[in-house]
Ligand binder design. Structure first.
Ligand code: TXA
Ligand code: MG
Length: 317
């Protein structure tokens, strides 16, 4: 950990565990380190990064907090919520990490080792998911190394990530709080704390300047072709099941949660997608998953995994 922090301070890249997925960290104030992140991932540099901070005081130096931001930070940090806020005058996150935007995405991860690393690094740590751009997000150190071995300086080993889907991203840039990406904190919990519904991203906003470019269609892309909402398995398909629907099928089946628990399913999602993909199967059928609670984030990632890739434009995040 001391060594990992020294690597970050020197402008190097360290993959580290968070409660959601592994992040590929570099010092957010250092454009060379941030450029290294984009390069290691093969990520288009217009796609801004989340700045991870160790505590709320550090977050306040980077972003301008209004009453809504204070409420959400008090309720959900440390945890899987990212707030996109207007940039503060005292901010240290460099332009490249923000892709030139005058806003900044901030989050305090729940993982204690991650917060220790960030505190020891001496400033915000920019970190996208630690995978090659367009691949499935990593939930274990082995996933990180499968994609990034030889491209990064170190991996801080913290075992498997308990949440398994990325943070929920909420933008507080105008009168309407907006859900930019569903994630580890369910929409309903955020709306309860805010006392108002979350708006979506307007389409004209997206074409002008993507507010969350990570939402481009082919983001979570396994090699296999993915078919959603399957009732049963077709010839030649492997199954990604939920609640035991494909039980007894004469094919390779992994069940996200035999008991139908959405939190367990989220935690297993990327690991099981990768495992099915690694088995060399060409077609994956996915059982229907309720679109409530963490199911909203799971279904969002699955729709991206199933989106056609050819001509889908630059892969993101
Ligand atoms: O759980 C997570 O959020 C993980 C862990 C490592 O913290 N990180 C993660 O980062 O998922 P990444 O880079 O894969 O996704 C960050 C998303 C992207 O979709 C990006 O477009 C959006 O955040 N984003 C970052 N800064 C933004 C900004 N200023 N305005 C709008 N969207 C922003
Ligand atoms: Mg990502």
């Amino acid at each position: 950990m001391v060594e990992a922090a020294a690597i970050l301070r020197g402008g190097g890249l360290v993959a580290f565990p968070t409660e959601t997925v592994y992040g590929l960290g570099g010092l957010a104030s250092n454009p060379r380190a941030v450029a290294g992140i984009y390069r290691a991932k093969g990520r288009p540099s217009f796609n801004p990064l989340i700045a991870h901070v160790a505590d709320v005081a550090a977050a306040r130096r980077e972003g301008r907090f209004d009453a809504r931001a204070e409420k959400l930070a008090a309720a959900f940090w440390p945890g899987p919520l990212t707030l996109v806020l207007p940039l503060a005058e005292t901010a240290s996150v460099c332009d490249l990490a923000r892709a030139g935007l005058d806003s900044v995405a901030l989050r305090i991860p729940a993982n204690q080792a991650a917060r220790g690393l960030i505190a020891a690094a001496g400033g915000p740590v920019a970190a996208p998911s630690a995978n090659i751009s367009g691949h499935v997000s990593p939930a274990t150190p082995a996933h990180v190394l499968a994609d990034l071995s030889g491209r990064i300086d170190a991996v801080l080993n913290g075992g498997a990530c308990p949440v398994g889907v990325e943070s929920t991203i909420v933008a507080l840039l105008d009168d309407s709080p907006r859900l930019l990406r569903p994630g580890g904190v369910p929409r309903a919990e955020i709306e309860r704390v805010l006392g108002e519904p979350l708006a979506g991203v307007e389409v004209e906003d997206e074409s002008a300047a993507p507010r969350a470019p990570g939402l481009l269609a082919s983001h979570y892309a396994p090699r296999a072709v993915v078919r959603l909402n399957a009732d049963s398995l077709w010839e030649g398909e492997a199954g990604l099941d939920f609640g035991g629907r494909f039980a007894g099928a004469p094919a390779k089946v992994l069940d996200l949660s035999p008991e139908g628990d959405l939190a367990e399913a989220a935690a297993n999602l990327f690991t099981m997608l990768r495992a099915l993909d690694a088995s060399g199967i060409a077609h994956i059928a996915v059982a229907a998953i309720p679109d409530e609670d963490l199911g909203e984030a799971i279904n969002d990632r699955l729709r991206r995994a199933a989106a056609p890739r050819a001509g889908a434009g630059p892969a993101a995040a």
